[in-house]
Design a protein around this ligand. Structure first.
Ligand code: TXA
Ligand code: MG
Length: 348
């Protein structure tokens, strides 16, 4: 059975975090909140413990993990080189939702990096996450705490739905503030390369770096393999096929109305993942999950995975989703929606 503890997000009970730290040091799995999504933690220096993560999630072993640290100085043990660009990013965004890919030292086990010569490192902002890692005294390997392929968990309830009984401890600190994963940026290229859009926006990265390469694999073209191994899998997907509509809101509305009407006439159960502005304009008799306002990408990010998971308990045959503008956190929202659709995208 999984031990379940509830703590305050800002002032967590230290005895709970000590329990989590002991379990991590013993090589077992602890799910914990971060400011982005819930993570599934294991001792990042213990091959067997890290192996347990892949097993619990059903995750492909060529998809490397992020090492989470509690103090900037720990980077030096894990990374061989810290280029000036990377140092500037750490100063600007750590602690926070940014993951740096750097050349690794031999201290990092192969099972963490999937055999790559690089390692992904993040210093989270969440006091619960940081204090847990600090007490454990080790780098904590942690992917999102979902079954592989499913939307990432933004509440402890989501974690339990996927992993109850498969992990030793879960720490509940309520819903995550950001709601999408950290931004992953590769600092081993001459110009840093954005591998996964996330909690730190491209605009924020540009303001610090001046220029940022964007991995062509992010565009979702079938002929380009993403450089970040995790980005090549269908991901973030609810339990039904999802079709994403992109374009101007008025055109999306007309197309949604038309498509949904046809699907209903064909006898299908229909779901919609849409903004609150769109929800009222859709035909009756469908299951609607609202991610937030399309004018507030931060709100859309925070609500996205809960909206996708709504169909776990309200099954449908097909889901139509409304795209939003790719500004700020909108870029991460659209990246996740495109992946959830398996690139079944209708540009209108
Ligand atoms: O917000 C987050 O980043 C959450 C919380 C728990 O910190 N973690 C998370 O981990 O999203 P995960 O495993 O779901 O995603 C890690 C991403 C994957 O796309 C993986 O392929 C990529 O980071 N990654 C890890 N190591 C890498 C490396 N050495 N080079 C390139 N990409 C790497
Ligand atoms: Mg994940």
């Amino acid at each position: 059975v999984t031990e379940y503890y509830t703590v305050d997000k800002e002032h967590p009970d230290i005895t709970v975090l000590e329990r989590g730290a002991v379990v991590l040091r013993r090589g077992r799995l602890v799910a914990f909140p971060t400011e982005t999504v819930y993570g599934l933690g294991a001792n990042g220096l213990d091959e067997r413990a890290v192996g347990g993560i892949y097993e619990a999630k059903g995750r492909p072993s060529d998809n490397p993990l992020i090492l989470h640290i509690a103090d900037k100085r720990e980077v030096e043990k894990l990374a061989r080189e810290i280029p000036a660009n990377a140092a500037a990013l750490m100063d600007a965004f750590w602690p926070g939702p940014l993951t740096l890919v750097l050349k690794r030292t031999p201290a990092v086990p192969d099972v963490v990096t999937g055999g790559l010569d690089t390692v992904a490192i993040r210093l989270p902002a969440s006091p619960v996450a940081r204090e847990l890692i600090r007490l454990a005294g080790i780098p904590v390997a942690a992917p999102s705490a979902n079954t592989s392929g499913r939307p990432s968990p933004t509440t402890a309830g989501d974690v339990l739905n996927d992993l109850d009984g498969k992990i030793e401890v879960i720490i509940d600190a309520g819903p995550c503030d950001i709601g999408v994963e950290s931004t992953v940026i590769d600092c081993t290229t001459p110009v840093p390369t954005l591998l996964r859009p996330g909690g730190v926006t491209l605009e924020q990265l540009m303001a610090v770096l001046g220029e940022v390469e964007v991995d062509p694999g992010l565009a979702g073209r079938k002929d380009v393999v993403p450089r970040s191994p995790g980005m090549k899998y269908r991901h973030y997907a609810p339990n039904a096929p999802l079709i994403l509509l992109e374009g101007n809101p008025g055109r999306i509305r007309e197309n949604l109305q038309e498509k949904i009407k046809l699907a209903l006439e064909a006898g299908q159960k229909v779901g919609a993942v849409v903004s609150q502005e769109m929800a009222g304009a859709l035909p009756a008799g469908i299951v609607t999950a609202i991610y937030g306002s399309r004018r507030d990408p931060g709100e859309a990010a925070a609500g996205l995975y809960t909206a996708l998971r709504h169909f776990d308990s309200h099954p449908v045959d097909i889901i139509y989703a409304e795209g939003i503008e790719e500004q700020g956190l909108g870029l991460a929202v659209m990246n996740r929606l495109r992946k959830a659709s398996g690139y079944r995208i209708l540009t209108v």
